[in-house]
Write a protein that binds this ligand. Structure first.
Ligand code: NDP
Length: 254
């Protein structure tokens, strides 16, 4: 058995139309999986699908707003309808809102939590019966270094990402008997749309990231291709409940 072969598998990647999500989708497609890309922006979905179709056996885009429960449930239903099965769910869609905690409205708090954390639970909940019926599956959620660390400008984001790690552990224990492995990836500072404005607007951020990260650089979406294949495929049958930093060593530097 090739532990990195995903032939015949179907993966849903939320937020798979750009950044880290597209990086993971590329890896999964190259390994042989068909991909369902989910995002709000139809043009970005289409562009990602066009690229993924050149890399693997097939891809579709589904336009959804995953801060809504109905969209989480319909995403999984439509993905299964399109490709006939669901083997891998990557909970990657996320937003960040940079402001001090005291300036948050409750609507802003809920928007971040709904998008980053509740959507991951609802998609996992909707995926479970399909994976159980198929005899197993893989769920991979994208946390952050802020799953582990604090930051003054990111109260809702940090809460959502910390929650994802605990959700991962709880689901891993609940669904191990169904042969569903549930893991999290914790990215460090990655050059994507999410961080591009902060990199320009936050004084000294670029230099701080480079000097504080032992690998000495920002991560790129390509850095997530291989781990997605590992955690999405047969190579990770004995890995579950893990939260794996992909951060160039950021969180181990004293
Ligand atoms: P991007 O902004 O490039 O990607 C975010 C993705 O999420 C987009 O594809 C976006 O698609 C999708 N998305 C956002 N809101 C929704 C929504 N309501 N419904 C459906 N899709 C949505 O950023 P990254 O690639 O950097 O982020 C990906 C994940 O990685 C996020 O969870 C982020 O928190 C996490 N992360 C990123 C880090 C970094 O340094 N970049 C560090 C640590 C974690 P669309 O706009 O079409 O809706």
């Amino acid at each position: 058995m090739n532990p990195f072969d995903l032939s015949g598998r179907v993966a849903i990647v939320t937020g798979g139309n750009g950044g880290i999500g597209l990086g993971m989708a590329r890896g999964l497609a190259r390994a042989g999986a068909r991909i369902v890309v989910a995002g709000r922006n139809a043009a970005k979905n289409q562009a990602a699908v066009a690229e993924l179709e050149t890399l693997g056996p097939g891809a579709i885009g589904i336009e959804v707003d995953l801060s809504r429960e109905d969209d989480c449930r319909s995403l999984v239903a439509r993905g299964v309808e399109a490709f006939g099965r669901l083997d891998i769910l990557v909970n990657n869609a996320g937003i960040a809102l940079r402001k001090p905690p005291q300036d948050y409205t409750s609507a802003e708090w809920h928007r971040v939590l709904d998008t980053n954390l509740t959507s991951a639970f609802l998609c996992s909940h909707a995926a479970y019966p399909h994976m159980k019926a198929a005899g197993g599956g893989k769920i991979v959620s994208i946390g952050s270094i802020l799953s582990l660390m604090g930051a003054p400008f990111a109260v809702a984001y940090a809460a959502s990402k910390g929650g994802l790690v605990q959700m991962t552990r709880a689901l891993a224990t609940a669904w191990a008997a169904d042969n569903i492995q549930v893991n999290a990836i914790l990215p460090g500072w990655i050059d994507t749309d999410l961080t591009r404005s902060a990199r320009v607007e936050v004084d000294g951020l670029d230099a701080r990231v480079r000097s504080r990260t032992p690998c000495g650089r920002w991560g790129t979406p390509n850095d997530f291709e291989a781990i997605a294949v590992l955690l999405g495929g047969p190579g990770s049958q004995f890995i579950t409940g893990a939260a794996i930093p992909v951060d160039g060593g950021y969180t181990i530097q004293a």
